[in-house]
Write a protein that binds this ligand. Structure first.
Ligand code: ATP
Ligand code: MG
Length: 582
């Protein structure tokens, strides 16, 4: 904070869209917030040169003129973190959206959130012992009526000392002091910097899977908890639907869904979907363990830039309590466009495709906040980051896509041809990758699934070989291929349609347990093996191809989401049907 003798007020000298230049404010710091114009629009300091500073405004700058007042606030972008975030919708600056279209209202940043979240009362259950010596991350108590996961009130970072007072079990306001640790008052809800990474103790090297319930991902391109994944895909290839499925079904404790520059009605869909869905683990609604941050395409551009970091900071807030959190950002391309728009107005020398030269480090600063860690309080917890990328024209060589690939552990690339042929989710098995496959396989082997690695390898080999034969068959004709190769092609089709395709809109198929995924794959692999044996025994390939494989293709929709036994029954039916050819 600047000394009080400094002049903390200046004037606007230039406005261009969200870019505002001011002059005359002394000691302005990078990231410091400035309020500009009669409506005290919030703007963040992004460059300082002598008496001039460049700001990015978080609201619509219409009406702002040269000469308008600009007043430094001495504060950075911050929001209130405390009970009551779950189930709510915020904008990129952490202002609640359920109340009114606040982003156009002439209010001071965060004041509306402060009112809602600091004034509301919560039940507080103390758990710490007065007189004990506490350190950052230690639990003071819990707030049982705040969402579906346990809300733990922690000793903040940097605070150590004796607990001299703790509120009894009571109903408290967010702004109330709950505990005194050393000489520090801890409140139920506190204002926190939204751009700064929250501290933790150490990163974990051990790799543990995040189960998404989406077969093609869990089977072929699995993701570890605390890792990052990118989902690039052209227009309408199914990015949003896939991310929504992960939000609904992945086995995380908390989901932070950042809708970034996408259509407003899609946000409404997400909300509606989550509100309707029952949470298999708590029996409540899924929305009660979700925080939504919405900066849709009609909202001011630069709050979109902030929204991604706000999302990660909220995720880290729950991570610090010991929860596994997934942050979903749809779409990082719209976010990069905000960076580009601002850089161009600022006259920065454009790099590739007009994006600023630091696009890659901006993307890194987002993805690198993913991690599975030991928190300050000694709990193991994680933040997993999944970002959609919408390359213009589906051009996968554009900068946001190529840069994102460098920072993620898994790439789930959506393929236009698959989407056009209505193969959903359109995750390409040739263009995608997962860097932690071996480590995750080792984890599966030590956790009761010794067959996982081999099964995955057989599936990958079958689909690759079927692809190769299909290209060949297009040239020389199917009938020229030997029988066992035709059976491989048949197997490829069964694998694609019976296992990799997954109907997001089906109650049975939308989510798939690990065991049902394994059973479906076993069904296909065993049926293919049986078909090969038939051909070896002299049955014509064409005769096998004509068999009705309905039980294989329908098993995923006919048996329940976790019903591996139902799938095994289809296997018996299908193998019996093939026997009859002999
Ligand atoms: N798993 C799925 N099951 C059934 N239908 C799907 C699936 N995935 C995508 N679709 C279909 O594809 C359509 C487009 O999907 P979605 O909106 O998710 O694409 P997108 O890549 O996010 O598009 P945009 O580029 O416009 O953001 C959906 O409305 C739906 O009809
Ligand atoms: Mg979309």
């Amino acid at each position: 904070m600047a000394p009080v003798t400094q002049r903390r007020v200046g004037n606007v000298v230039r406005v261009s869209g969200p870019l505002v230049e001011v002059e005359g404010i002394e000691g302005l710091a990078m990231l410091e917030l400035v309020e500009v114009g009669p409506y005290r629009i919030s703007a963040e300091t992004v460059a300082v040169t002598g008496p001039r500073a460049t700001l990015q405004a978080y609201e619509y700058t219409g009406g702002l003129k040269v000469g308008d007042l600009a007043a430094a606030t001495g504060a950075e972008l911050s929001g209130v973190l405390g009970p009551g975030l779950l189930g709510q919708v915020f904008d990129g600056l952490m202002r609640p959206l359920s109340m009114a279209p606040l982003w156009l209202a002439p209010e001071r940043t965060g004041s509306a959130q402060a009112n809602t979240f600091l004034e509301r009362r919560w039940n507080f259950d103390p758990t710490a012992t007065v007189g004990s010596r506490l350190a950052p991350g230690d639990v003071l108590g819990t707030v049982p009526d705040s969402g579906a996961v346990e809300h733990r009130l922690l000793v903040p970072a940097g605070v150590t000392g004796e607990l001299t007072w703790l509120a009894p079990q009571s109903r408290l306001r967010g702004s109330d002091v709950v505990a005194r640790v050393g000489d520090h008052d801890v409140r139920l809800a506190e204002r926190a910097a939204l751009r700064r990474q929250r501290p933790f103790r150490t990163r974990h090297a051990e790799v543990v899977p995040l189960h998404t319930g989406q077969r093609v991902l869990d089977l072929l391109f699995p993701l570890a908890r605390g890792a990052a994944a990118a989902v690039p895909g052209g227009f309408g290839t199914g990015k949003t639907l896939l991310l929504q499925q992960i939000a609904k079904w992945s086995d995380a404790d908390v989901i932070v869904y950042v809708g970034c520059g996408e259509r407003g009605n899609e946000m409404a869909d997400v909300l509606e979907g989550l509100s309707e869905l029952e949470d298999g683990r708590t029996g409540g609604r899924l929305i009660d363990r979700t925080v939504i941050i919405a900066n849709t395409s009609n909202m001011p551009m630069m709050a979109r830039e902030a929204s991604i970091f706000t999302g990660i900071t909220v995720a880290e807030f729950y991570r610090d309590m010991g929860h596994d959190v997934v942050v979903i950002a749809d779409s990082t391309s719209r976010w990069a466009e905000a960076l580009r728009e601002f850089a161009n107005r600022n006259g920065d020398l454009p790099a590739e495709e007009g994006y600023p030269a630091d696009l890659s480090s901006a993307l890194a600063s987002f993805y690198e906040r993913a991690g599975r860690v030991t928190t300050l309080g000694g709990r193991t917890a994680s933040v997993t980051v999944i970002g959609a990328v919408s390359p213009p024209g589906g051009d996968m060589s554009e900068p946001v896509t190529t840069d994102s690939q460098r920072f993620v552990r898994a790439l789930w690339m959506l393929d236009r041809d698959l989407a056009y042929s209505r193969h959903y989710p359109a995750v390409s098995w040739t263009g995608s990758f997962a860097r932690d496959v071996d480590a995750l396989g080792a984890w599966q082997a030590t956790h009761g699934r010794p067959g996982w690695v081999e099964r995955r390898a057989r599936a990958a080999a079958l689909i690759a070989e079927a692809d190769r034969l299909e290209s060949l068959a297009e040239v020389i004709g199917v009938s020229s291929l030997p029988g066992h190769e035709r059976m491989t092609m048949l197997g490829g089709r069964l694998l694609r349609e019976g296992v990799l395709m997954q109907n997001a809109l089906s109650a049975n198929d939308g989510f798939c347990s690990v065991e049902k995924t394994a059973a479906l794959l076993d069904l296909v692999l065993d049926v293919v093996a049986a078909c090969r044996r038939l051909v070896e025994q002299g049955i014509a390939a064409a005769a096998v191809e004509q068999v009705d494989f309905g039980p294989v293709l329908r098993a995923r929709e006919e048996s329940g989401p976790s019903d591996a036994a139902g799938v095994a029954a289809s296997r018996t039916v299908m193998l019996g049907r093939l026997e009859q050819l002999l």
